[in-house]
Unconditional design. Structure first.
Length: 292
């Protein structure tokens, strides 16, 4: 079987990295290493059936064979196939319930969204929507699969937007929790294009915010309906910044969002003063932007 450079071919992707990381991972975790995998794969077209059948037989004999060189996978699960073939857009559910932070990004119980391996680029801006009724916890990787942030919480019905995303790892205490990961910007089910442009925006920096257990309340700035408060951890920060809905919650890991330097989130709140921030160490800073 000849080696293949990862490339896009219409609706299919030929990619050895996807073969090793996506297929083997999903087979081993979701199907428990069972041999009846052929009917579990999505959308294999007839043109590639012979190759897929051959590779499936190899997988049946060597599920954990890391020398697997090439496989064909339907990419429609990962990439929008109509307006833009290069946008990441997937709806999925949590595979394995995991109540506690495993303290390791390499836990096999995380759902993994491999943006770079699918698109061959980072996502400049990626929205994660929690469509379930329990909390969703997310680790973000910007520079490679071995560099991952601490977990950030997305509560039921909420969404967060992250910049320059290489890969995501997601977990929830609830199995089958639905979520969506997309490069399209969605505001509570309403297309962002339906909102009028604003005439101005307000930006403000909060320098040297208080370190836990102390906290800093963001200033009194009204956020117009349908628009978001953008909070960014300064790129020169040397430690994490915590974001929460109360001062007390900045000190509770389960109730706060964690931002590495350069990370940002968008919160659809009515006023910036509903948000509280704290540094995990002294001398950390955040920037906020509101369209008005």
């Amino acid at each position: 079987m000849e080696d293949a450079k990862p490339k896009k071919t219409g609706e299919m992707i030929i990619n050895p990295v996807l073969a090793n990381y996506i297929l083997l991972d999903q087979i081993s975790r979701r199907l428990g290493n069972t041999l009846d995998v052929q009917n579990k794969l999505l959308g294999v077209n007839t043109e590639n059936q012979a190759l897929v059948n051959s590779l499936l037989q190899e997988l049946k004999n060597q599920v954990h064979n890391t020398k697997l060189e090439k496989i064909v996978i339907d990419s429609s699960k990962y990439i929008d196939g109509e307006a833009d073939h290069n946008r990441y857009d997937i709806s999925d559910t949590i595979t394995t319930a995991m109540a506690e932070d495993p303290d390791s990004p390499d836990s096999p119980n995380y759902n993994r969204e491999r943006i770079f391996e699918v698109l061959e680029r980072n996502a400049p801006e990626l929205q994660v929507l929690n469509d379930g009724d329990d909390s969703l916890y997310v680790r973000i990787s910007h520079g490679g699969s071995t560099k991952s942030s601490h977990e950030a919480i997305i509560r039921a019905g909420e969404s967060k937007i992250y910049d320059n995303v290489y890969e995501l790892r997601l977990r929830s205490p609830t199995v089958d929790l639905p979520y969506r990961v997309t490069e399209y910007e969605i505001v509570k089910g309403v297309s962002i294009s339906s909102l009028p442009n604003q005439d101005a925006f307000t930006t403000q920096s909060s320098r040297n915010i208080n370190a836990t257990p102390a906290f800093t309340q963001l200033p009194d700035i009204t956020v117009p309906d349908g628009y978001a408060l953008v909070i960014r951890a300064d790129v020169h920060n040397t430690n994490d910044v915590y974001v929460a809905n109360s001062g007390a919650n900045t000190n509770i890991a389960a109730n706060r969002n964690t931002l590495d330097s350069g990370d940002n989130i968008r919160l659809f709140v009515t006023n910036a003063n509903l948000v509280f921030v704290a540094g995990s160490a002294a001398n950390q800073s955040v920037d906020i932007v509101v369209e008005q």
